[in-house]
Design a protein around this ligand. Sequence first.
Ligand code: BTN
Length: 253
Amino acid sequence: MNQLGSTILRFDTVTSTNDIARQMAQRGAEEGLAIIARAQTAGRGSKGRRWASHEGEGIYLSVLLRPPITPSEASLLPLAAAVGVAETLRDFHITADIKWPNDILAGGRKICGILVETAIEGNELQYAILGVGINVRQREFREELRDSATSMLIESNEERSPDEVMPSLLARLDLWYRESLVRPDVILARWEELSSYARNREVTVISVEGQVEGTTRGLTGRGSLMVEVDGETREFFSGEVTLRNRQSVKARS
Ligand code: BTN
């Protein structure tokens, strides 16, 4: 198994680093290939959203994974990546918090997004593209993002370039990716340590089944979120979670 980032292809501008990684995967590229761009013209977020990707302001990274797991086991990949990113940010003196399943927040605002896209044939996972976008050097955000987004510069007041953060990021992603393949329980425990959302938080969950209010009760073995709703524990596989009484919560270290 190659180290993640054992081969790195750097670009000035691409549509989306996930697109390039997918093209390379289809041509047979090996696991660990990393695509890094200085800017993206069509950066993708989750749920069909855009990911603002101005030149030199952030990390725009995609890594090709070829894990020997089933498609259903792939649900742990974004959680493993979230742990790797949260630890990287802590290396740079930022107290990162993980919002289920894989948003990384600092000071209650989003500092990083993770988008894992998979290619499945039959019941086989052909490959997965792990896309990571980290806000690094933005001093401010446009009006509609101002209350919800932040950057490494804003949070730490330290000037860093995406290239400075990249080695630590790739090393941590590699570490937790490998761990997720052999000891998923360790990933889940670390995820819970790094997330103020994991347990005993009063939340609203919006999922395909509608909107409910309840209290978080940790993760299941496959990384779904357990929420107690009217005395009954329900399992959520996807959805948008928000804290109900908008108190700011300090993540544990
Ligand atoms: C989210 O909405 O939270 C996920 C954002 C993921 C953004 C990254 S930037 C690198 C990679 N390329 C993309 O087009 N998206 C991901």
